[in-house]
Design a protein around this ligand. Structure first.
Ligand SMILES: [Ca+2]
Ligand SMILES: [Ca+2]
Length: 306
């Protein structure tokens, strides 16, 4: 698969065509018009590295039907200190309840740790916000059935600049609040994934309390749920808890100075959602006998089944 920038010079013509141009002014005018039009419309190819304040990403060949059996990866980098806000403008991928065949995954960062969502069919999620200045999109297609793909725009934003409209982000103030999209006016939407990454100064810990909590109930929290992890990434070995239903979880304390809160809703049944608060605390009382974990490099995910 060709990989590279999302746009490239859109107007290349054969020598034969140029000969035609030389002998016919109208032909030249026609070509100029075609070139002008095609330069306004980027040609979308399979994946690439995109750096800048804003940009457009489309599936390979968009708005044409995407090819089968592809895996395309786009890595977005916006200026340091900002976050990436990605908004889908159009999605048409093979439809499936579990997005098993064709899908586009959106990850916060360039590693594939924090997935902000997996999308297929024509479901359009709200804007997705990374926790740092990097985001990764991966689109996968299988052998059969395809659609027109997707078109998305991204822009750089200051963390929390557009806070009320989105969910997730990096929280590094001494205290703060996080809540599901639409809280308290409406139920949270289907198909959202939010990550709040709370960072305290070194040698301090984080306390999280939920004020109100109502997330689709299931005995195993299989559908919609909140998971809280020690550290900065999804890691089953560092999961503090997984919560759903309408009773607020008991207050949670981090072991170290970072905590990741993940909220996921599936594609059906929603509820009021939640509002929670965190506070950074001095590590005065021994909260746990496990030594605090300070991780500066990626930790391999080790699924634990008990
Ligand atoms: Ca397919
Ligand atoms: Ca649900």
């Amino acid at each position: 698969m060709p990989r590279g920038e999302i746009t490239r010079s859109a107007c290349s013509v054969s020598p034969a065509v140029w000969r035609t141009c030389i002998f016919g002014a109208w032909t030249l005018l026609f070509l100029t018009e075609v070139c002008a039009q095609s330069q306004q419309r980027p040609i979308f190819i399979c994946g690439g590295n995109i750096t800048g304040e804003s940009g457009v990403i489309g599936s390979q060949g968009y708005p044409g039907v995407y090819p089968p059996n592809t895996k395309c990866v786009w890595r977005i980098t916006v200026p340091e200190g900002k976050v990436v806000v990605l908004s889908f403008r159009f999605i048409d991928l093979e439809s499936d309840n579990l997005c098993r065949y064709d899908y586009v995954d959106v990850h916060s960062g360039h590693a594939k740790g924090q997935r902000l969502g997996r999308f297929c069919g024509t479901f359009m999620p709200g804007p997705l916000v990374s926790t740092d200045n990097k985001m990764l999109l991966q689109m996968v297609s299988d052998a059969n059935t395809a659609g027109s793909g997707f078109l998305a725009v991204f822009s750089a934003a200051h963390p929390h600049e557009r806070g009320e409209q989105y969910c997730g982000g990096r929280l590094d103030k001494p205290s703060g609040t996080f809540k599901t999209p639409n809280w308290p006016e409406k139920d949270y939407p289907v198909g959202v994934t939010c990550f709040w990454h709370i960072v305290a100064p070194k040698n301090q810990i984080i306390e999280v309390k939920f004020e109100k909590f109502d997330v689709e109930r299931d005995n195993y929290c299989r559908y919609d749920h909140v998971s809280i992890f020690n550290g900065a990434e999804i890691n089953d070995a560092k999961r503090i808890g997984k919560y759903c239903g309408d009773s607020p979880p008991a207050p949670v304390f981090s072991e170290g100075n970072q905590l990741l809160i993940q909220f996921l809703s599936d594609l059906s049944l929603t509820a009021d959602g939640f509002i929670g608060h965190y506070k950074i605390r001095l590590k005065t009382l021994p909260i746990t006998t496990t030594p605090p974990t300070t991780t500066t490099h990626p930790v391999t995910t080790r699924p634990i089944r008990t």
